[in-house]
Write a protein that binds this ligand. Sequence first.
Ligand code: HBI
Ligand code: FE
Length: 279
Amino acid sequence: MARYEEHPADMRADYTIDQHWDQYTPEEHAMWRALFERQSKLVAGRACKEYLDGLNGLGITLDGIPDFERVSDLMEKRTGWRLVTVPGLIPEKNFFEHLTHRRFPVTYWIRPPEKMDYLQEPDVFHDLFGHVPLLVNPIFADYMHAFGEGGLKALKLDALNYLGRLYWFTVEFGLINTAEGLRIYGSGIVSSKTETVYCLESPIPNRIGYDTLRIMRTDSRIDALQETYFVIDNFEQLFEATRPDFTPYYEKLKTLPDIPRGQIAEGDIVLHRGTGVAG
Ligand code: HBI
Ligand code: FE
C-alpha cells in the first residue's frame, strides 16, 4: 500500500495514522468483497448471535473496505468504542492503552490475493470483520476495555505471556455454548476460511470448558489450526472471570509448568477429547 510506506512520518506517537479511505484501489476493494462474500456465508450458522447481530448495522458490508470514521460513529452510539487506524501490529503498551480509551486499532492495508486464505499479521479484514462486530455487544465491549487495563498491569508485572494467552484463547479463538449448539466468537476464527468450519466440526482438537488459570498455562501456535479450544457459556462468565486482579494468578503460574498445545490436563472440563492433531 503506497500511502503509509510513502509517508511513514505520518505515524503519530500513539502509532496511529490516517486511513486515507479515498486512496484504496479497486483491486483492494475487490479483495475485501471476495473475503466478505466467502466469510459471511461461512459464519452464518456458525458464529454466535451476538457476533452476527454486531456485523449488521455497522456499515461493514459487501460494498468494499469501510471508512473507519463512519463505522466509528455507528459503534460509538452503542458502546462508546471508536476505531483508530494503524500500520499493523503495534507495541503492546500502545495497543492496551488504546483499549483503555475504547479505541480499537485497525490495520489499514488488506492482504494480497496470494495470501487470501491465510496471513499471520492482522489486516483490515481480520480486524474489521473479525474484531469489530462484538465491540457493539455491551458485555464484550466492557471485557475488551478491562482487557486494556489488565494488559497495562501485566506489562508492569512482566506477565504479558500469561495475559496474551487469555487474549488468544478468548478474543481470538474463543467458542461459546448456546441453545443451538457450539458457536464461534473468536476473531481469528471468524476471519479464517478453514478454521470457521474446523473449530466446530473437526474431531481433531480438544474442546475444554473455560478456566482462566488453565488457559494462562496453555501453550499455543500462531501459524496452525488450534489444537485446543476453550468454551464459555456466556459473555458474563468471561467478563466476571477477568474482574479480579490477576496478580495472585501470575504468582501461582510461576510455580506451574505450561500445558502443551494438544494435551488434556488434570481437572480439565473436557467437552470433547480431540483425536489428536492429524499426521
Ligand atoms: N497491534 N494492531 C495491533 N493489533 C493487535 O491485535 C495487537 C497489536 N499489538 C499487540 C497485540 N495485539 C497483542 O499483544 C495482544 O493480542 C495481546
Ligand atoms: Fe486479532
